[in-house]
Design a protein around this ligand. Structure first.
Ligand code: COA
Length: 348
C-alpha cells in the first residue's frame, strides 16, 4: 500500500510515497533512531531534556516485542533519501491472552500529520496488512473475531496527536501514570512487611525442586489473570533477563497457596511491576522490593494515579514526580491500575 502525505506548511516540503512491510531485526537500529528523533522533536520544544543517546536498552525491548509478537511489528518505508534504511516510522504491539497493548508508534517528524501513524496503527491492531481497508481492522468497537478483549497503551500527556488517534479508536486516556524517581530519604514511607504476611523471592520458589519453575509460573500467571485479565509469562522472563528480581507476598506458611501480590526490584533501580489483590498492600510490597534489592543510586517506577497507596508511599519515602505524566488509554472504564503498576509504558 502507498500513501502520499499531504503538504502541510512547515512540515512537508514535498509529498513522499510511503509503503509498509513487516518489521525485522535489521530494522531495529533505524526504529530506535526514529523513537529518539520523534520524542526529541516535541519534548525539546517544550523545554524538556533530549532522550538518552544510549539506545541499547530500547533496542533490547524492541527485540523482545518483535520476538514475542512478530505479526504486530510494522515499519513504514519512505521513498526519499533522508535515511539510508528507508525506515520512516514503526508500530509494534503485543497480545497476551486477549490483552492488546501498544508498545510503540513513532513517525519521522517531517512525515507526521500525513496518515502514516494511522496506517501503522491499523497494522498493529490487525496483525497483518488490512485487506479491506480500515473496515477490516479489529478494535474495541468491532473486535472482528480477533479474540482480543481489551485494548490499551500508555501515551505521553504532552502529545495531543497520539492521544486523539487512540481515543478515536476507542482507547481513551483515562489514568495519569507518573514516573516517580529518586532515592529513599524517609524509610517510614516504605514499611516493613507486617507479621501477618510472608515474602518469598521468586528464585526460591523456582529453585524448590524440579517443579519449581512451573509452580512459580502458575502462581504469577494466576495473579496476572485475576488482576489484568491476562497472563504474560514471556514478559516475566524478559524482566528476569533484564536483571529485575521478583518477590511474592502471601499468608505466612501459605505464600504459594494464598498469594496476595508480587513486586519487582532491581539493583539498577527499576521498580515494578507491582501487583496486589488489595491496593492497601502496595506500600509493603514496594518496601519488600526496595529493601531486598540493594539499589545503587536513584530508583524509578511508573505509578498510575489510581494506585493511590503506592503513589503516596513513594512520595512519603522522599521520591519525586518526574517530568510530565503519561496517560493510560484503555478500552474499558474498568481498568486494573488501582491494583497494578505496569512494567513500563511499552509493556503492561
Ligand atoms: C503520534 C504519531 C505516531 C502519529 O503519527 P502521524 O503520522 O503524525 O499521525 P496521522 O497523520 O496518521 O494521524 C494523526 C491524526 O491526529 C489528528 N490530530 C492531530 N492533532 C490533533 C489534536 N490536537 N486533537 C485531535 N486530533 C488531532 C489528525 O488530524 C489526524 O487525524 P485525521 O487523519 O483523522 O485528521 C506521530 O505524530 C509521532 O510520532 N509523534 C511523536 C511521538 C509520539 O507521541 N508517539 C506516540 C507514542 S504513544
Amino acid at each position: 500500500m502507498t500513501t502520499t502525505p499531504d503538504e502541510a506548511p512547515g512540515r512537508h516540503r514535498r509529498a513522499t510515497a510511503v509503503t509498509y512491510r513487516a518489521g525485522t531485526d535489521g530494522d531495529l537500529d533505524a526504529c530506535a533512531a526514529i523513537w529518539k528523533a520523534a520524542i526529541d522533536d516535541y519534548q525539546v520544544r517544550l523545554g524538556q531534556p533530549p532522550m538518552p543517546a544510549d539506545l541499547a536498552p530500547l533496542r533490547r525491548l524492541l527485540i523482545h516485542v518483535l520476538t514475542t509478537d512478530p505479526t504486530r511489528f510494522w515499519v513504514a518505508l519512505a521513498a526519499d533519501d533522508r535515511d539510508a534504511s528507508g525506515v520512516a516510522g514503526f508500530s509494534c504491539a503485543t497480545v497476551r491472552e486477549g490483552l492488546w497493548f501498544l508498545a510503540m508508534l513513532f513517525v519521522r517528524p517531517d512525515l507526521q500529520g500525513g496518515g502514516v501513524g494511522a496506517a501503522l496503527m491499523d497494522r498493529a491492531q490487525a496483525g497483518r496488512s488490512p485487506a479491506g481497508g480500515t473496515s477490516s481492522v479489529p478494535g474495541p468497537d468491532d473486535p472482528l473475531d480477533s479474540g482480543i478483549h481489551t485494548w490499551g497503551m500508555c501515551t505521553d500527556a504532552a502529545q495531543p496527536i497520539s492521544n486523539a488517534l487512540y481515543a478515536r479508536r476507542g482507547m481513551v486516556p483515562r489514568v495519569p501514570v507518573w514516573r516517580v524517581f529518586g532515592e529513599v530519604r524517609r524509610w517510614s514511607g516504605l514499611p516493613e512487611l507486617p507479621s501477618t504476611l510472608e515474602v518469598q523471592p521468586f528464585e526460591a520458589i523456582a529453585g524448590a525442586g524440579p517443579d519449581g519453575h512451573r509452580r512459580l509460573a502458575e502462581i504469577v500467571d494466576g495473579l496476572d489473570r485475576e488482576l489484568i485479565g491476562a497472563a504474560h509469562p514471556m514478559d516475566h522472563a524478559w524482566l528476569r533477563r533484564e536483571g529485575r528480581s521478583g518477590f511474592l507476598v502471601g499468608e505466612p506458611g501459605r505464600v504459594a497457596e494464598r498469594p496476595l501480590g508480587y513486586a519487582y526490584g532491581s539493583t539498577g533501580g527499576r521498580l515494578g511491576p507491582v501487583a496486589a489483590v488489595d491496593p492497601a498492600l502496595h506500600p509493603a510490597l514496594l518496601g519488600v522490593a526496595v529493601r531486598r534489592t540493594p539499589i545503587l543510586g536513584a530508583m524509578a517506577a511508573w505509578v498510575p494515579g489510581t494506585a493511590d497507596r503506592a503513589t503516596r508511599a513513594l512520595l512519603d519515602a522522599g521520591l519525586r514526580l518526574d517530568g510530565f505524566p503519561a496517560l493510560v488509554c484503555w478500552s474499558h472504564a474498568d481498568h486494573p491500575f488501582d491494583r497494578y503498576l505496569p512494567i513500563s509504558l511499552a509493556i503492561v
